[in-house]
Design a protein around this ligand. Structure first.
Ligand code: DLL
Length: 425
């Protein structure tokens, strides 16, 4: 669809969504009433700027079902995102929403070449998390054979990959990395597996880390983005060319804003992604602040798709560490660590408060334990990691090189930051 036609469709759907929210969600009736916004007043896509943002706090305040757009009778599924503190974010789906969700996911999976010939193992945890069931129904729509393994019991997963001739793997990139480690420990080589493509997502992964994941299983790794508040997976994903993640723009309207001032930025500028759902009924969202940092590219992709593409996210606004006044994104550290020799892709960041100063300790595994016996070599390695990080981050940090396989492995989203700043010592 040419962009001009797509934008007409988005405008039509934006008016529908605004009207739907005003009529069905008391929170929006009040919010939009106060802002003086009605569907009739929206004449162009840029008029979206008059709609106030919706935030995670707004969702929390309406816990559990206050933002649902349809009565309970019409809700046929509920999911929730875990959230590290407090109550989860609960989202609802009508039958129509589920149908559109599987369309959105199927579309993105087809874009990386999934067909009905594929045998696909889903190693996302089945449950309230949207990842597993979202991919499940999307892939089923394409006619692929699904192995709903869920996460955990990694040895069994490897056995299934091998015995079933699984061709595609669905998981977080960090779990795929761990699975490949376990496969080696079990003596299973990549030649014994039929894995060709990994459909990864749900967490950040730098290009450097992606290379490690690809090496682990000798496959082609693609990235999928989404969030429970908007639907789950199926919001955007890479095609086989991997030149950005195609946003399903007929269902979502994307904007980029300055995370500090809230001002809308021009396409091409980096900032916080704000999303509006255009077709959802169970849980419609107007201008939801995702906290994810990315950039939009409106140029058509060489694959022929005309939807805007977003860059792989570089982090979340709330992931950013402020160490002695300097902003540090974990992804910067990951890029640096993973591209250095002798140290492994597994790392952890520990932030502490010592006196009035914040300190950062970077713990990273050595790839080869024998280095631990050569004190001189170990010290040289440590100095070079420290110097590299210092140059990239502009702050001094402590570097601890540790034994291979000593850091925690993850079966879902990796948790690499340990922030001890608010703990009493
Ligand atoms: O993680 C939905 C999902 C499942 C997407 C499976 C893709 C595949 P939540 O648990 O609500 O939903 O977490 C959403 O995870 O705001 C991002 O910060 C992060 N995230 C999701 N996908 C990516 C990605 C699912 N590809 C939050 N790259 C989002 C970086 C991602 N971060």
């Amino acid at each position: 669809m040419p962009r001009s036609r797509l934008e007409e469709l988005q405008l039509e759907r934006l008016k529908w969504s605004v009207d739907f929210c005003i009529r069905n969600v008391p929170f929006y009736t009040k919010r939009l009433g106060e802002a003086g916004v009605t569907a009739e007043k929206i004449k162009s896509l840029s008029d979206i700027q008059y709609i106030p943002y919706t935030t995670k706090d707004d969702i929390r305040d309406q816990y559990p079902f206050g933002l649902f757009g349809r009565p309970r009778k019409e809700i046929v599924r509920v999911h929730a995102s875990s959230g590290t503190t407090g109550k989860p974010t609960v989202v609802g789906y009508t039958r129509g929403d589920l149908d559109l969700w599987s369309d959105c996911v199927a579309r993105l999976c087809a874009a990386v070449g999934v067909t009905d010939e594929d045998m696909i193992l889903i190693a996302f945890g089945y449950g309230l998390f949207t990842g597993a069931l979202g991919l499940h129904y999307g892939l089923e729509k394409l006619g692929a054979a699904i192995v709903p393994a869920s996460s955990g019991n990694t040895k069994k997963q490897i056995m299934l990959l091998k015995d079933f001739g699984v061709t595609r793997l669905v998981s977080t990139p960090s779990y795929a990395l761990y699975m490949s480690e376990v496969a080696r420990e079990m003596g299973v080589s990549n030649d014994e597996l039929a894995l060709r493509i990994g459909l990864f997502g749900s967490e950040g992964c730098t290009e450097e880390m992606r290379l490690q994941v690809e090496k682990g299983f000798d496959l082609f790794a693609t990235d999928n983005y989404g969030m429970s508040e908007l639907m789950g997976p199926g919001v955007s994903g890479e095609c086989h060319l991997r030149q950005g993640l195609h946003i399903n723009e007929d269902h979502f309207l994307a904007e980029i804003i300055d995370p500090t001032t809230g001002e809308v930025r021009e396409p091409g500028a980096s900032g916080e992604l704000v999303m509006t759902t255009l077709t959802r009924e169970g849980f419609p969202m107007l201008r939801y602040r995702t906290k994810d940092i990315t950039r939009l590219n409106l140029e058509p992709c060489a694959c022929g798709r005309t939807f805007a593409r977003m860059d792989k996210t570089t982090g979340r606004t709330d992931d950013m560490l402020k160490i002695r006044g300097v902003n540090v994104f974990p992804s910067q550290i990951e890029s640096e660590l993973v591209s250095m020799e002798n140290i492994g892709p597994h790392y952890q960041l520990v932030v502490r408060r010592e006196g009035f100063m914040d300190t950062l300790e970077v713990q990273v595994e050595l790839t080869d334990a024998s280095l631990l016996e050569d004190y001189g070599a170990l010290e040289r390695q440590q100095r070079s990691v420290k110097a590299n990080l210092n140059t990239v981050l502009g702050i001094d940090c402590k570097v601890s090189l540790i034994e291979p396989k000593s850091l925690e492995r993850f079966q879902g989203k990796a948790k690499r930051i340990i922030d001890l700043r608010n703990q009493k010592s």
